[in-house]
Write a protein that binds this ligand. Structure first.
Ligand SMILES: C[S@@+](CC[C@H](N)C(=O)[O-])C[C@H]1O[C@@H](n2cnc3c(N)ncnc32)[C@H](O)[C@@H]1O
Length: 199
């Protein structure tokens, strides 16, 4: 089974398993740290069932917009069932590794819980860099530290057992090579947040 098939199969029970009240209160505190301003355009990569969406919509306000993509059709289906009524939100199937996105479009790109699953991280970072506006930023975040994430992926399924975050030095190198600077990484129990600015 491919990782995409794994996520398609997991979509119908995803919220039941992972969209817990604990995650909601974590996200409520996390998203304000992204520094999103009202009126901005945000791309949420690997949105899944859209756990981040209510917080992103609140952050951009009525004059901003959010585009949420996921390569799993079933995840997108679940996400649309919950959020398709939101006017300034577009939810669609998209693969950040293969699709090209219009240049200089987004103020912020968010990757919550998705970065370890991306096989060609360098290509993805270049893709994200090009779709960001000149002063845009990339957010990579998790509700676990990189070490906790390693254990979590091994426990959850062998289909994602190999998925891990690069070590901080490697992450910084990948980001710099893709055209990011002013990189901050916080990696501590129950929390991972990397913010990188387009150079
Ligand atoms: C661990 S889930 C996280 C979903 C959601 N962000 C959350 O935290 O609940 C990872 C998601 O990334 C998606 N994904 C993995 N690789 C992707 C790619 N190349 N392009 C777009 N989405 C991808 C998967 O389908 C899955 O929904």
């Amino acid at each position: 089974m491919s990782a995409k098939e794994y996520f398609n199969n997991a979509a119908s029970v995803w919220d039941e398993k992972f969209h817990t009240p604990k995650l909601c209160s974590f996200l409520e505190k996390l998203v304000p740290q992204f520094g999103i301003e009202t009126g901005q355009n945000v791309l949420d990569v690997g949105t899944g069932t859209g756990v981040l969406i209510p917080y992103l919509i609140k952050a951009v306000g009525p004059n901003g917009s959010v585009i949420a993509i996921d390569y799993s059709e079933k995840m997108v289906q679940q996400c649309k069932a919950k959020y398709s009524h939101i006017k300034n939100l577009t939810i669609k199937v998209g693969n950040i590794q293969e699709d090209t996105f219009p240049a200089q479009t987004f103020d912020v790109v968010t990757c919550f819980g998705v970065f370890p699953h991306l096989e060609n991280k360098q290509k993805v970072l270049q893709n994200i860099n090009s779709t960001l506006k000149p002063s845009g930023k990339l957010i990579i975040a998790h509700a676990l530290s990189s070490e906790e994430l390693k254990v979590h992926h091994k426990t959850v399924s062998h289909h994602v057992a190999h998925a891990m975050l690069p070590k901080n030095a490697e992450m910084t190198k990948l980001l710099e090579q893709a055209g990011f600077s002013t990189i901050s990484i916080k990696d501590e129990p129950g929390f991972y947040l990397c913010i990188a600015h387009k150079t």
